[in-house]
Design a protein around this ligand. Structure first.
Ligand SMILES: *Cc1c(COP(=O)(O)O)cnc(C)c1O
Length: 392
């Protein structure tokens, strides 16, 4: 089918909940994609941080197809090996006790919220289920994770929202203390606010929140859906903030392109979920779990050092171009935000880049790059050349 035919069919039969870019992607290899018209694109999006090993990675493909041929799905009523192995790898590398698998970031955060509330209920009884989150955060699109998201624009239309969330300002301890109360059971944070604009939290703020959680017996809940699985240059971002959360959620990049996610618990809340208290049909699907095992094996210390180097190189190169429409860069590892300056909006700049053959994302008022973690120097240089050509 041509792009125009695909677009016409999509517009007729798909709900219009997305502002799509005018390209139909057909296939990819590494950090390079081709549209159905045969046009080449450099990918600085990785499908919103999902294709962590790039497109068409051969080892990953072997891992998931071998598993699909053996057993594609069996449900949580039975044991499978990839499931147990993925759980062990995650816990060992993250210093956590155990894990519950789901299929997406929102679902992972929903599980983390349920875990926190039940932990507090088991220990303290009713009336202590409130979770503090931050303004400008993003935690997902279910009714509860929308309520957890500290941005007013996500609190429209779908009333009534789930109760029990209060919002504090990032990097402002007084604002956290101002919303503290006897009804609080935890604080939930992204260490780099992703959708909000790639805003890393200050180390000092994070340490002080962790101290306050310990003092008040609140759970420290870290949303690693975007920052996790190597994206920020360590396997999980909390590992470079020097904190050990009570629970951490993950999704996006974990299975290299398949829907997978979950929540890991530390010792304090490892026994909160008991049979029947939480569940999902697809969660821990063996094909996705085999993908996750493969991804986790690939992301070793050497791989992570390369993610940090590539991130530094991309940021430095963008800043050195000194383009009038781009300002300062920020972020960790290969999670990069770029300020937009001058008269054009981030969406207008992203559209110009696509036209020249580079796919990028927006976040808050800026541009955002989440390339595959395996992107090569050559692909980065091609992308940088497109930025220079399109935006000069
Ligand atoms: C993307 C994202 C989510 C939601 O994940 P979905 O898979 O879209 O449900 C939650 N939290 C953060 C930090 C995210 O970046």
């Amino acid at each position: 089918m041509t792009f125009e035919e695909i677009k016409a069919l999509d517009e007729q039969y798909v709900m219009h909940s997305y502002g799509r870019n005018p390209v139909a992607i057909d296939r990819g290899k590494g950090a390079t994609l081709w549209s159905v018209d045969g046009k080449e694109y450099i990918d600085f999006t990785a499908g919103i941080g999902v294709a962590s090993l790039g497109h068409g990675d051969e080892g990953w493909l072997r891992a998931i197809t071998t598993q699909a041929a053996r057993l594609a799905h069996i449900s949580n009523l039975f044991y499978t090996e990839p499931y147990a192995r993925a759980a062990e790898k995650l816990c060992a590398r993250a210093g956590m006790a155990n894990v519950m698998f789901g299929n997406s970031g929102a679902e992972a955060n929903e599980a983390m919220i349920k875990l926190a509330r039940k932990w507090s209920f088991d220990k303290y009884g009713k009336g202590r289920g409130t979770i503090i989150t931050l303004h400008n955060s993003f935690h997902g699109r279910t009714i509860t994770t929308l309520a957890a998201t500290g941005q007013d624009k996500f609190h429209d239309y779908f009333f009534p929202f789930t109760e029990g969330f209060r919002y504090a300002d990032a990097n402002d301890m007084e604002s956290v203390e101002a919303v503290a109360g006897h009804d609080v059971c935890g604080v939930m944070l992204e260490l780099v606010q992703g959708e909000g604009g790639v805003l890393p939290l200050d180390q000092e703020f994070v340490s002080r929140v962790a101290d306050l959680c310990a003092k008040r017996d609140w759970l420290l809940l870290i949303d690693e859906v975007q920052t996790g699985v190597g994206r920020a240059g360590t396997l999980f971002a909390f590992q470079q903030y020097g904190i050990q959360p009570d629970a951490a959620s993950f999704a996006k990049g974990i299975a290299g392109g398949l829907p997978f996610g979950g929540v890991m618990a530390g010792g304090k809340c490892k026994d909160v979920f008991t049979p029947g208290t939480h569940g999902t049909t697809f969660g821990g699907n063996p094909v996705a779990a085999a993908g996750a095992c493969y991804v986790l094996d690939r992301i070793d210390d050497d791989f992570l050092a390369q993610v940090r180097e590539k991130g530094d190189y991309l940021r430095r190169s963008v800043e050195e171009m000194d383009l009038p429409c781009l300002g300062k860069t920020r972020g960790l590892g290969l999670m990069i935000g770029i300020e937009v300056t001058g008269g054009k909006t981030n969406r207008e700049l992203a559209a110009m880049l696509i036209e020249h053959g580079l796919l990028t994302l927006t976040a808050g008022p800026g541009l955002r790059f989440l390339p595959p973690l395996t992107i090569t120097k050559e692909e980065m240089d091609k992308g940088l050349a497109i930025i220079k050509e399109a935006l000069s």
